[in-house]
Design a protein around this ligand. Structure first.
Ligand code: GDP
Ligand code: GDP
Length: 446
């Protein structure tokens, strides 16, 4: 699924990205090690060897962010200012803030100037690190870096750690503010919408879930009797079922009702995190069912499939239903499915677990390290086919947000839709993501 821009996230849950740029040998990788506070095999002394990992999860003063290390990218490009600038541009485009590293002992070269031009154009917040200031005598050289016009140069020694605390404080200031702590703290109970075409049993299901067999008021006059939402407890957890008045109120006889019904459905989908899609198991899966499912997935909501009226199905009907599911609902194979009877209550108790499962997938996060290790294996085992003499390559990826899981892939060119579907399928095989659409965005280097 390629979405140019995903719907506004329910929670601004993304970790900000810091790109570390600069010409080769200024100490970017050493500084990244310093930021990560551990010795990983980031520094690579063999020129021309491309490292398979370029992004790392970092934390400073409790604030999590992603560090993209461009140190390995230009190792074969000695002296080529244009190439270095090009590499930097890609990383800068993906970043929320940039850590620009210069070598204070050498001063600024053409290659540095090329990166500075890219930085100016990008208008991203920049923190300037004047590296290799191993002792106080070199401070004056660091101060000379004011002439780059990028603000205060932070004198650091990536090798010995000197000045790195102040530098990281400045980095945190440059990054966007921290998101709220957790979903429930911000939003209260998980919001669930029961959706489906008329007469599939939505209000019967709601009645069963709410525990009380309420008489459905035939309320064609449109008076709102029920509150709009209802709090329902399932397996000890409280859910907010949204727009239940719309389900309970029956205005099926009014003219134009289908239009209003679909507007209401859309509204309920937008307000919810998880949608419970009710399908009448006794009837052929219809276009109207498929349209509602498309709306759920396009809105980026979690999805549970309910096949209701199971009591009305016999062996023959179940046989044909399985065929219909295979034919029309294959795209939603990842959605938890519950066959139940709202009328008798049979298996209604399975719904809570299915909603939880969909929510876990919807909120799932993959660390940048794990994601890139996975992408490295994927690209090695199954490279993108050559297109017009070129072979687009995934350079690295990051999960920009959850709810729904949204990934940004940084590539050397546009990816075929089939290849994106392959990436999505492999992501699911590797990490699960039950009950949720996955959004993949591609940022191709021009
Ligand atoms: P990159 O190409 O920008 O990633 O640079 P590296 O991190 O690979 O560092 C290049 C060289 O500079 C290595 O030999 C590092 O040991 C050295 N280096 C990095 N930081 C410092 C520093 O703060 N002081 C000194 N003296 N050497 C450093
Ligand atoms: P809604 O329009 O989707 O809210 O559907 P309703 O809940 O009003 O149900 C439509 C009709 O289907 C009613 O006559 C219900 O009694 C019937 N119904 C709902 N669930 C079931 C079920 O599980 N089995 C059977 N046999 N009938 C059901």
């Amino acid at each position: 699924m390629t979405e140019p821009e995903p719907a506004a996230p329910a929670v601004p849950a993304s970790r900000p990205v810091l790109a570390v740029v600069g010409r080769p040998n200024v100490g970017k990788s050493t500084l990244v090690n310093r930021i990560l506070g551990r010795r990983e095999a980031v520094v690579q002394d063999t020129p021309g060897v491309t490292r398979d990992r370029v992004s790392y999860d970092a934390v400073w003063n409790g604030r999590e962010f992603v560090v993209v290390d461009t140190g390995g990218w230009a190792s074969d490009a000695d002296g080529m200012a244009a190439r270095i600038a090009e590499q930097a541009e890609l990383a800068i485009g993906a970043a929320d803030a940039v850590l620009f590293v210069v070598d204070a002992t050498v001063g600024t070269l053409d290659e540095d100037e090329a990166v500075v031009r890219v930085l100016r154009r990008s208008k991203k917040p920049v923190v300037l690190a004047a590296n290799k200031v191993d002792d106080p005598r070199a401070e004056a050289e660091a101060a000379a870096m004011w002439n780059l016009g990028l603000g205060e140069p932070y004198a650091v020694s990536a090798l010995h750690g000197r000045g790195s605390g102040d530098l990281l404080d400045a980095v945190l200031e440059a990054l966007p503010p921290a998101p709220p702590e957790s979903f429930e703290e911000v939003r209260g109970p998980l919001r669930v919408a029961i959706v489906g075409k008329p007469n599939v049993g939505k209000s019967s299901l709601l009645n069963k879930l709410a525990g009380a067999e309420r008489s459905v008021v035939d309320n064609a006059s449109g008076t709102t009797v029920d509150p709009v939402d209802e709090l329902v407890e399932l397996d000890g957890r409280t859910y907010q079922f949204v727009d239940t008045a719309g389900i309970r109120r029956r205005v099926k006889e009014a003219s134009g009702h289908e239009y209003y019904a679909s507007l209401r459905t859309q509204g309920a989908i937008e307000r919810a995190e998880i949608c419970v899609m009710v399908i009448d198991a006794a009837e052929t899966v219809s276009d109207q069912d498929l349209r509602i499912l498309t709306s759920v997935v396009e809105a980026g909501k979690g999805l549970v499939l309910v096949f209701n009226k199971w009591d009305l199905t016999d062996d023959e009907r179940r046989y044909y239903l399985a065929r219909e599911v295979e034919k029309d609902l294959q795209t939603y194979w990842w959605a938890p499915r519950v066959n139940l009877s709202a009328l008798s209550g049979r298996h209604v108790d399975r719904l809570g677990k299915a909603i939880e499962e969909a929510y876990s997938g919807w909120e799932q996060r993959i660390s940048t390290g794990k994601l890139n290790a996975f992408l490295g294996r994927l690209v090695a085992a199954h490279p993108h086919p050559v297109r017009g003499g070129k072979q687009p390559r995934i350079l690295f990826g990051t999960q920009a947000q959850a709810g729904p899981p949204t990934f940004i892939l940084f590539t050397t060119g546009d990816l075929d839709p089939q290849y994106l579907r392959y990436v999505e399928r492999r992501l699911r095989e590797e990490f699960g993501f039950p009950g949720t659409p996955i959004h993949l965005q591609v940022r191709a280097r021009e």
